[in-house]
Design a protein around this ligand. Structure first.
Ligand SMILES: Nc1ncnc2c1ncn2[C@@H]1O[C@H](COP(=O)(O)OP(=O)(O)OP(=O)(O)O)[C@@H](O)[C@H]1O
Ligand SMILES: [Mg+2]
Length: 384
């Protein structure tokens, strides 16, 4: 729990909004990963962090690769890469971390700096509006520093182009003036490691993606891993949690540590107020009922997507854009924020003709699949 190696040198640029990782209010760089208008910051099982939750989250963040639960593949690959780089005495390759919100991208970025015992500088794509913003960050890096750019898919294009030479040759060309009289002044950048995080890997341009030597894709966690996350958090928070209580909460956390931790806090409240303070299986079940967390832990957008598929499109197939319009979201948000978990939970499938609700989705919504099939195959019977 020390901020070992994570002190960020002072930076007073106006658009640099990365919070101090060692400070009490720290909770990840910049706005949440799912972007504005996604409407997912509200519910108890939303994967996006609520503002008041950030300080709580920072206290629970794993600080080393050993403490980081699950994701064995990414963890092993990173361990090898970081150890190799340390032996050679060179900064490791640039790292891209992708995956849905709340799975540990920011935590891993901090761990990378921590493991290398180098400082970490944090910013986010939306904070870098102009190339100049990036130049001042890059030219003030100390040798070996880790630069974390959260939501890197939202970086402004001119800044992105500048990043290419910085990543490749540790050099940036600052253009002074305009038109034929413009001159390029090359500036050296200390060797650094860029760690980029994105919930929307598909929006990254090819040239940017190609400049990362390592890409780690974080996947949803198994219930067993979430039990380990919960047990660890319960220990740190002093919450008494039984193994079957942990299993019950893990099963409804949508494969997401952030949600597991949030539910744990609610379980603690319930256990203290309505029970004897211990989160057992029965206490957890009762609390989850009170907080309206369904058996699969679906959130508002997940349920809206399933509802639309089942009720408005008779289970599909329906195209992504039509489905997105039906739930009032961007197609990208439906595809990259809601669908991964629905696919993983076996509630939705993607076919060449569009999205289809599975029998499990009908069952989950309590809709009779046979009825619905009859209706969609004989629509004329229902014409008024
Ligand atoms: N592997 C893990 N082991 C233990 N705790 C974890 C793990 N991954 C994430 N967490 C917990 O979940 C919380 C959210 O993780 P984190 O902020 O790193 O997610 P993220 O992928 O950066 O999310 P976003 O896309 O919203 O930025 C952290 O506070 C941490 O406590
Ligand atoms: Mg993050």
């Amino acid at each position: 729990m020390t901020g070992n190696g994570m002190n960020r040198p002072d930076f007073d640029g106006p658009d640099f909004d990365g919070p101090d990782p060692a400070g009490p209010g720290f909770a990840g760089a910049g706005p949440n990963g799912a972007g504005p208008g996604d409407g997912r910051g509200d519910g108890i099982v939303s994967a996006v962090a609520a503002d008041e939750e950030r300080a709580f989250e920072s206290g629970l963040r794993p600080r080393s690769l050993d403490e980081f639960v699950g994701q064995p593949k990414v963890r092993e690959q990173l361990t090898i890469m970081l150890t190799g780089a340390q032996r050679r005495g060179r900064p490791p390759d640039h790292v891209l971390l992708s995956g849905p919100p709340g799975l540990g991208k920011t935590s891993l970025a901090m761990i990378i700096a921590n493991e290398l015992t180098v400082p970490l500088r944090m910013t986010s794509g939306p904070a870098i509006e102009r190339a100049g913003d990036l130049v001042s960050v890059l030219t003030s890096l100390s040798p070996g520093e880790v630069l974390f750019i959260d939501e890197i898919h939202r970086i402004a294009r001119p800044a992105e182009e500048l990043l290419y030479s910085a990543m490749e040759d540790f050099r940036v060309d600052v253009i002074l003036g305009k038109g034929p009289g413009a001159t390029a002044i090359p500036l050296d950048v200390s060797p650094f490691t860029l760690v980029g995080a994105t919930t929307r890997a598909g929006l990254l341009t090819g040239p940017l993606r190609d400049r990362f030597g390592f890409t780690g894709h974080l996947d949803f966690y198994d219930p067993d891993d979430l039990v380990r996350v919960l047990t660890r958090s319960a220990q740190m928070l002093g919450v008494r949690l039984t193994p079957d209580g942990a299993a019950e909460v893990a099963g409804r956390s949508r494969g997401t540590p952030r949600i597991a931790n949030r539910l744990l806090r609610r379980m603690r409240d319930y256990a203290e107020v309505r029970a004897d303070g211990v989160v057992t299986h029965d206490v957890a079940r009762a609390a989850l009922r009170v907080y309206d967390v369904d058996a699969l832990g679906l959130d508002r957008l997940d349920r809206a997507v399933l509802d639309a598929l089942v009720h408005r499109f008779d289970g599909g197939p329906v195209g992504l854009t039509t489905l997105a319009v039906a739930v009032g979201e961007e197609p990208g948000t439906v595809e990259e924020v809601a669908e991964p978990f629905l696919l993983r939970a076996g509630l939705l499938t993607r076919t060449p003709r569009g999205r289809v609700a599975t029998p499990a989705a009908f069952a989950h919504l309590g809709v009779d699949l046979a009825d619905s099939l009859n209706r969609s195959q004989t629509p004329f019977l229902f014409n008024e």
